[in-house]
Ligand binder design. Structure first.
Ligand SMILES: NC(=O)c1ccc[n+]([C@@H]2O[C@H](COP(=O)([O-])OP(=O)(O)OC[C@H]3O[C@@H](n4cnc5c(N)ncnc54)[C@H](O)[C@@H]3O)[C@@H](O)[C@H]2O)c1
Length: 219
């Protein structure tokens, strides 16, 4: 089985790559990343390359330096994949406000390229997309919360398990990041409806952990 992880040098992607690589050497993991987080956040090269170098320790992980905006390269990387875990993104709201075009090209067009690569593959790969709470825009900020001793909780018991998938995503303020990730989210859903691709969308919220190189912008 071959698992392709876009953004595999990043926080979520490097964990996804390692998780699958640890399942056994018969599983081949391909990490596809343009190593741009370094550039965006101004990190020292060694820090930025940390996850990339860390994954070199696994014999069954192949590293490809590539850009999801490059449709041809994406298609080639995905042609024999059985699973694509798409984590690559421009991840900062602030950067999306300063440079909305690049944000759109990476998050919307880049995700479209991943989907097209999957659609055109004869392997019919499953796709997991890392979406975000930002797709709910300002709607989530209108939910009443109660202050507890160490945390907040939703006042309404119906949100006990978190925000449901049918929570409204429209008629609210987004940001360019929220909008470009939302475009990806909708496209991933649509490629399941229209082309029958096996897709899953996870709308994650402020996750954190080891091998995350965060700054105030994101992470
Ligand atoms: N960390 C969070 O709290 C959080 C919350 C919600 C959603 N997400 C989403 O989860 C995913 C992973 O986030 P993360 O925290 O691991 O971020 P991260 O920045 O650590 O990882 C993203 C990786 O994508 C790579 N990348 C960026 N543009 C690329 C391009 N054009 N081509 C190829 N690779 C590219 C970067 O170099 C980086 O290694 C993203 O899609 C993000 O929007 C993250």
């Amino acid at each position: 089985m071959k698992v392709l992880v876009t953004g595999g040098a990043g926080f979520v992607g490097s964990h996804a790559a390692e998780y699958h690589a640890c399942k056994g050497e018969e599983i081949k993991v391909v990490v596809f990343d343009n190593l741009s987080r370094a550039e965006l956040l101004g990190y020292e090269a060694l820090n930025a390359m940390y996850n990339w170098n860390y994954l070199k320790g696994y014999k069954n992980i192949e590293l490809i330096k590539g850009d999801i905006r490059d449709a041809e390269m994406m298609k080639k990387a995905a042609e024999d994949a059985d699973v694509i875990i798409h984590t690559a993104a421009q991840t900062a709201v602030t950067t999306s406000l300063q440079d909305p075009r690049t944000d759109f090209e990476i998050n919307a067009l880049g995700t479209f390229n991943v989907l097209e690569a999957a659609r055109l593959s004869e392997n019919d790969p499953a796709i997991v997309y890392c979406s975000t709470n930002k797709v709910y825009g300002d709607n989530v900020n209108r939910i009443a919360v109660v202050e507890m001793e160490k945390r907040y909780k939703f006042a309404d018991e119906k949100y006990r398990m978190g925000i449901p998938e049918d929570f409204p995503t429209d008629l609210c303020e987004h940001t360019p990041y929220g909008a470009s990730k939302f475009a990806g989210d909708i496209y991933v859903q649509d490629y399941a409806y229209v082309y029958g691709l096996k897709t899953g969308v996870f709308r994650m919220s402020c996750i954190y952990g080891i091998r995350q190189f965060g700054v105030e912008d994101q992470g």
